[in-house]
Design a protein around this ligand. Structure first.
Ligand code: AMP
Length: 195
């Protein structure tokens, strides 16, 4: 990111299946800062059968949020690592107002700032189709229809309030996610560069 002296964080918001992970990886290539994806961090712990992984599993299997104190501590640890000193692409965090507040404090501590909060907007039926397809391809345990519907409900109830939270701070920008990966990426990169 061009503002070299500042720690610039981008927060990708969007419902499950909107393409946050795919887009985050393209942003990593373009801006050279790491992706911090809480879902990936939990899955890594799950695979390695750590205590954190065992705890997270029961929530993930139900499509519920892992408790805030656990999630926030994990993010705090991750953002303190050397590769995040120039900023990061946050994917899947924060996911509710408590996490958003905690992130604000964390960034104050480490001298970072939120550069922009892109909201990737995709039609809900399209999302469910995408997630079911991903289930076939990747075999993610939480990509079955019941869990998907629950994750969508959790998004509506807990994550959506963040849209107004960041809009009030004039950080939110809406990106139409119903287009090709390349088109969405080009729009996202342009929005970040202009921020
Ligand atoms: P994701 O890969 O972002 O769709 O996340 C998969 C699952 O990990 C979610 O359904 C939650 O159970 C858990 N998870 C990921 N990020 C968070 C977060 N910020 N807070 C709580 N739980 C999370």
């Amino acid at each position: 990111m061009s503002k070299a002296t500042e720690k610039n964080f981008v927060i990708l918001i969007g419902p499950p299946g909107a393409g946050k992970g795919t887009q985050a990886k393209l942003l990593v290539e373009n801006f050279g800062v790491p992706q911090v994806a809480t879902g990936d961090l939990f899955r890594y712990n799950l695979k390695n059968e750590t205590d954190l992984g065992k705890l997270a599993k029961e929530y993930m299997d139900r499509g519920e949020l892992v408790p805030d104190e656990v999630t926030i501590a994990m993010v705090k640890d991750r953002l303190s690592q050397a590769d995040c000193q120039g900023g990061a692409i946050l994917d899947g965090f924060p996911r509710n107002p408590i996490q958003a507040e905690a992130l604000g404090h964390l960034l104050t501590e480490i001298g970072g700032q939120i550069r922009i909060v892109p909201l990737i907007v995709v039609d809900e039926e399209e999302l469910i189709k995408r997630l079911l397809k991903r289930a076939e391809i990747e075999g993610r345990a939480d990509d079955n229809e019941e869990t998907i519907r629950n994750r969508m409900a959790v998004y509506h109830q807990q994550t959506k309030p963040l849209i107004d939270f960041y809009r009030d701070k004039e950080l939110l920008v809406e990106i139409n996610g119903d287009r090709s990966i390349e088109t969405v990426s080009a729009d996202l990169i342009a929005a970040i560069e202009q921020a």
